[in-house]
Design a protein. Structure first.
Length: 70
């Protein structure tokens, strides 16, 4: 369980960093193409971080991730 908590905390830190970066970038009045791309990257990182946390919990509880046909 300690390993799971460490993994979740590490992922949580990454999500928090991405959220902070997203907030700072969104505050800018006019955004460059690079800043718009960065916003997309931050959102992607947040989504992946949450997804990774959920996957880690599922694996810890059931031992494996369910597989889909797609």
């Amino acid at each position: 369980m300690d390993k799971l908590l460490k993994q979740i905390r590490a992922e949580e830190e990454n999500v928090e960093i991405a959220l902070d970066n997203l907030k700072q970038t969104i505050k800018r009045e006019e955004k460059t193409v690079i800043e718009l791309a960065a916003i997309g990257t931050f959102l992607h990182n947040i989504y992946n971080g949450v997804e990774n946390i959920l996957k880690q919990i599922i694996v810890a509880k059931s031992g494996e991730l369910p597989m889909s046909d797609t």
